[in-house]
Design a protein around this ligand. Sequence first.
Ligand SMILES: CC(C)(COP(=O)(O)OP(=O)(O)OC[C@H]1O[C@@H](n2cnc3c(N)ncnc32)[C@H](O)[C@@H]1OP(=O)(O)O)[C@@H](O)C(=O)NCCC(=O)NCCS
Length: 174
Amino acid sequence: MRLRPLALHDKLWLGRFLADPQATGMLVGAQSLHAGQAMSLAARILRNGGVVAAPVGDESDPVGCAWLSAASLAFFVIPAGRGRGLGAALAAAAVREGFERRLPVIEARVRYDNAPSLSVLHRLGFVRIGGSAVLDLRLTATRFAARVATDETALAGCNTPDSCGFMMFSKDPS
Ligand SMILES: CC(C)(COP(=O)(O)OP(=O)(O)OC[C@H]1O[C@@H](n2cnc3c(N)ncnc32)[C@H](O)[C@@H]1OP(=O)(O)O)[C@@H](O)C(=O)NCCC(=O)NCCS
């Protein structure tokens, strides 16, 4: 599995995923999208750029994706690919890219009972700033840099510029 920038040919896969309520599950803002809405969201994500995890050396569909909408992080992994660290790697790559683009702060909105997502976000350094049923979390560039420096395992190799510091966004993620 490797991380690569989201590409035009991922649009159909992304739209299909976003239209599947069982797959999106707890992805805030992506529940109950009909096919047309899911494809519009996929097109918007593609315009801003993102990162996908895809099998190495074959044409199979990716298994997960992370992106920033303005300064808000979203990420998912298809059910069959979960529990192998891909969610953490994708989120770390998107966050890193956002900070390299000079965002001062990155935010995330997560349901309070979304344990896997909260685990990933806490390890990246996100802290809760509000919310109850849906929690608002925030990560500053300074705190992320400190996490990268002190927690190599949580950040899945993101402590070297080449490991996940590829050009992910076609333009500023705003
Ligand atoms: C959130 C999501 C991306 C995680 O993907 P993943 O590839 O399974 O993530 P990872 O394997 O990197 O890590 C998952 C973490 O959650 C933990 N976890 C998994 N299931 C858990 C559970 N039921 N309860 C508590 N923790 C759990 C894992 O132990 C791991 O934490 P650790 O690294 O501290 O051990 C995936 O579950 C998903 O796509 N969910 C639906 C969409 C979504 O909710 N996106 C996030 C909101 S923006």
